[in-house]
Design a protein around this ligand. Structure first.
Ligand SMILES: [Zn+2]
Length: 263
């Protein structure tokens, strides 16, 4: 499996992806908003884009579909419940569905509601798993729930699915938000040395060569995985004095999501 992360350099800081089979040159494009960059890279590599996967229905993820289908004839794949929101879906996906790219690439669809209620993440079946997580999980952050999402569902996705994936899993999100997210982690957990060191290291990084984290790293630097940290809980009580002494993880997650909206 060959993975190319494509920095769009747009105001929303989107990342697009191409996943290619090294034997056949067939490729799948994830959220190819910058269809021109994606098509140029595919051409340079000698790849043939046969499938488009939309992680969810937001326009900054689907906006490249039409021109890319016109130029490649690629089939559009998305969550089966996104049929009314994304035009011309050829294959509606549910949890556990398998997507083949060429002969060598196998991807599994995860049904991951929260950012929207029809959001798909892809998990590769490779020795080191790779997670393409759209706007569900970001480096050092979590998706917002403003436009068709539900914070409680996002928590369930984190706790019941993402938290159970292998620590070595590579994380490929839909946007480059790492710097800002690390600042939020440090706002909530000022003594988080890993987040501090990473912010120092990555400040002003070139998103064309972006740092790629793993879930093991996310567990150290991502507030939304640090729900039992004594500092996180103590700081949260400053904002929410009625918080119980031993708050459950769901409560901590929801309060953090609420604070992140205002931050
Ligand atoms: Zn979105």
């Amino acid at each position: 499996m060959i993975v190319k992360q494509i920095w769009t350099a747009n105001a929303y800081r989107n990342f697009n992806y191409l996943i290619a089979c090294s034997e056949t040159g067939e490729a799948l494009a994830i959220d190819p908003l910058d269809h021109e960059k994606c098509l140029k890279l595919a051409k340079d590599e000698g790849w043939n884009i046969t499938q488009i996967l939309n992680t969810h229905e937001h326009r900054d993820h689907t906006g490249g579909n039409e021109p890319m289908v016109r130029k490649t004839g690629a089939k559009i794949l998305a969550h089966k419940n996104a049929k009314d929101k994304i035009p011309d879906i050829a294959r509606g996906l549910g949890a556990g569905d398998i997507i083949k790219v060429g002969k060598t690439v196998t991807l599994e669809a995860l049904d991951t509601p929260g950012h929207t209620m029809s959001h798909i993440c892809l998990l590769s079946h490779t020795d080191q798993p790779t997670l393409f997580c759209g706007d569900t999980l970001f480096n050092a952050g979590a998706g917002n729930c403003h436009n068709g999402g539900h914070p409680a569902e996002l928590y369930r996705t984190f706790s019941e699915q993402l938290a159970k994936l292998a620590p070595s899993t590579l994380v490929y999100p839909g946007h480059d938000y790492i710097e800002n997210n690390l600042r939020f982690t440090l706002d909530r957990e000022p003594d988080n040395k890993d987040a501090r060191e990473m912010l120092d290291k990555l400040s002003g990084q070139d998103p064309n060569r972006a740092y790629v984290s793993t879930l093991e790293v996310e567990r150290q630097i991502n507030t939304f995985f640090r729900l039992i940290s004594p500092t996180v809980i103590a700081k949260l009580r400053e904002a929410f004095p009625a918080l119980p002494e031993q708050p459950d993880q769901r409560t901590v997650f929801l309060k953090l999501r609420e604070l992140r909206n205002k931050w």
